[in-house]
Ligand binder design. Structure first.
Ligand code: ATP
Length: 607
């Protein structure tokens, strides 16, 4: 039934009909096999997309068809020379616009050609092909701007006039987005293996190719035109997303290390958006975790990637994270989302600056890196990337010590990350595209807590700012008071919440307390740029209290070797009415932390 390089749309409509009736997955696969075998390679990609109810892979970002129910009713009415209310009435009684179109098409044809059965069945006319239907739908989707409504309407009505009743039914359902045939990627992969690979054993090769190039239509075409063997050589292709490697989850440091083979590479699990960055000469594409093309959302990342990837063609991966450009501190995911919601992207770009932490390299100038172990890929990455303040390979540690892993985890949380990623580094530590497995393990907290009250802390040190705040003190080292030992113990670094005026006055306010070394009443593991005598008190709020290996407040009181800190701390105001000895005490912070834990436990307890 294939007309040289095309396929009659009737074959597809028949397959749609059969698929609707089928109840078993095996039957569905076999039906797909039969359909694929009838399909010429030139149109197999279109057949694959249409079956999945789309015009192409999601990442191609084709616009929606833009034909709402009302417009569709008008198109049906115009195609079959009836009134819109007639269409609507039938739609109401049948409950499905596709069936309404089918009925009206039948009537229209019988009225127009009352003579013979042949004409009635649509014979004698030019047959609708897959290409004709696909191209018309594509034109519908692409029509934008003035006059596009009319054009869409005309195109759809024209298509329906040419279609047989059954074809009309499925065209309408496709346009409505109601062609729910339930044919997932897996069914198509199975069918391709059986139809052209000689059986289910070919599935693995086909699937791997698909994982490397997430375009099922084009993979189907390669299989048909060149055979499964050709797929073994498929490499990632710049401009076509690679399906991302995903992590399993575990919460026990010792067990995590065991699972990755005793020793692992540990880096922060940044709380942002995954970006798969493709470079093709001057052209940059960014794909999301779900393989959407998100390039337009990150013009700043595009510019940096264009400049600072040392390769003609490359595919690398990283996490795009909102940051405070003055302190380079990580900001929560919600802040990045503000950028996504904004329409004026350049404004959003200024309001929500980002940094990119790169963690993998998948392809470089003709070389597929995905089968190389992680340490080799990291080496490629590090050689390929020219780092800047906001664009760098992720810092990491390599460890086999659960205690060290745990400390790094606590530090990650304190620094605003979600936790850590622990990655295998042995010989088999390949990039498993499209798979979730134990080569990568995410270690996150299994609870979420909230800081309810503010605290009053004492300034004991300062750090010079970066960027806009270059050369000025922009971040303060804050401490709680311990009346038992009469010392000040550090809790956190605060770099957020200051107004421009606060920053301008910082020198004036703190200058008088500057000292050349740590004050004897201060206990600190952190080494700031400048030390201050404990004098000024500030009110601070944060997201939550958290354990920290960096700070001395409550050191060892909850767990050996770690203290208590504040995550995402913000300055609220100076408390000039308080002396340093009136600040929140170590004991109070410990109580607050315990209360927070109890609250989490209560919330998690089964009711
Ligand atoms: P989650 O809901 O935990 O984000 P997920 O299902 O989106 O999970 P996972 O495989 O569970 O994906 O976690 C990996 C995700 O973590 C990646 O998709 C990436 O966006 C993010 N991520 C942050 N930092 C890293 C890192 N250093 N290495 C790998 N992925 C990272």
């Amino acid at each position: 039934m294939s007309t040289s390089k095309d396929l009659e749309f009737k074959v597809l409509a028949d397959a749609f009909e059969a698929m609707e009736r089928i109840t078993s997955r095996t039957q569905l696969t076999l039906l797909m096999v039969r359909l694929l075998k009838q399909t010429p390679p030139e149109v197999v990609d279109k057949v694959v997309y249409l079956i999945q109810g789309k015009l192409g892979p999601d990442w191609k970002g084709y616009p929606e068809l833009g034909v709402g129910e009302k417009m569709l009713v008008l198109a049906i009415a115009s195609a079959y020379k009836v009134s819109a209310s007639q269409v609507e009435k039938l739609y109401k009684s049948l409950g499905d616009l596709g069936s309404a179109a089918e009925k009206l098409a039948l009537k229209y044809r019988s009225q127009r050609r009352p003579m013979g059965l042949e004409a009635f069945m649509g014979g004698g006319e030019e047959k609708l092909t897959v290409t004709r239907v696909y191209n018309t739908l594509l034109r519908v989707a692409m029509a934008t701007g003035e006059g596009s409504r009319d054009l869409k309407l005309r195109l759809v009505a024209g298509l329906l006039t040419e279609a047989s009743p059954k074809e009309a039914k499925y065209i309408v359902r496709f346009i409505e987005g109601k062609l729910r045939l339930g044919v997932g990627d897996a069914t198509i992969l199975d069918a391709l293996a059986i139809a052209f690979g000689g059986g289910a054993h070919a599935r693995e090769v086909i699937e791997r190719a698909y994982n490397l190039r997430a375009d099922l239509g084009s993979i189907a075409r390669i299989v048909m035109e060149q055979g499964v063997e050709a797929l073994k050589d498929v490499k990632p292709q710049v401009g076509v997303p690679v399906r991302p490697m995903l992590a399993e989850r575990h919460n026990d440091p010792a067990e995590i290390l065991r699972k990755v083979g005793g020793r692992g590479l540990v880096e922060y699990k940044y709380d942002g958006e995954r970006g798969q960055i493709h470079k093709d000469g001057d052209k940059i594409y960014i794909f999301s975790r779900r393989l959407e093309n998100i390039t337009h959302m990150y013009p700043d990342v595009v510019e940096i990637a264009r400049k600072y990837i040392r390769a003609e063609k490359a595919i690398i991966e990283g996490e795009i994270v909102a940051i405070d450009p003055d302190t380079m501190e990580l900001r929560p995911f919600q802040e990045l989302m503000r950028r996504k919601r904004k329409h004026e992207i350049h404004k959003a770009m200024r309001e929500v600056p980002v940094a990119v932490f790169l963690f993998d390299a998948l392809y470089k100038d003709g070389e597929d890196l995905t089968m190389k172990p992680l340490p080799v890929r990291r080496k490629y990455l590090e050689e390929m990337i020219q780092a800047t303040e906001t664009w760098m390979p992720t810092p990491y540690i390599i460890t086999s010590d659960p205690e060290e892993l745990n400390k790094f985890f606590l530090k990650a949380i304190e620094d605003g990350a979600e936790g850590v990623m622990v990655k295998a580094i042995h010989d088999q530590s390949i990039y498993r595209a499209g798979a979730r497995g134990w080569l990568w393990i995410k270690f996150k907290r299994d609870y979420k807590s909230e800081m309810i009250d503010t605290v009053d802390l004492v300034v004991v040190g300062g750090f010079y700012g970066k960027g806009r705040r270059g050369g000025k003190i922009g971040t303060l080292l804050m401490a709680a008071y311990d009346p038992k030992t009469d010392t000040f113990k550090t809790v956190c670094k605060v770099g957020s919440g200051f107004t421009d005026e606060d920053l301008d006055r910082m020198e004036e306010i703190l200058g008088p307390y500057r000292i050349p070394h740590k004050h004897p009443r201060v206990e600190s593991k952190v080494e700031p740029d400048v030390w201050f005598a404990p004098a000024k008190v500030a009110e601070i709020i944060g997201a939550e209290l958290t354990l920290s290996p960096m700070h001395t407040c409550c050191l060892g009181k909850v767990k050996p070797g770690v203290g208590i800190s504040i995550r995402f701390p913000r300055f609220i105001r100076w408390r000039d009415d308080k002396n340093p000895e009136d600040a929140t005490t170590e004991e109070e912070l410990l109580e607050m932390y315990k209360r927070q834990l109890r609250k989490v436990e209560e919330e998690q307890a089964p009711t």
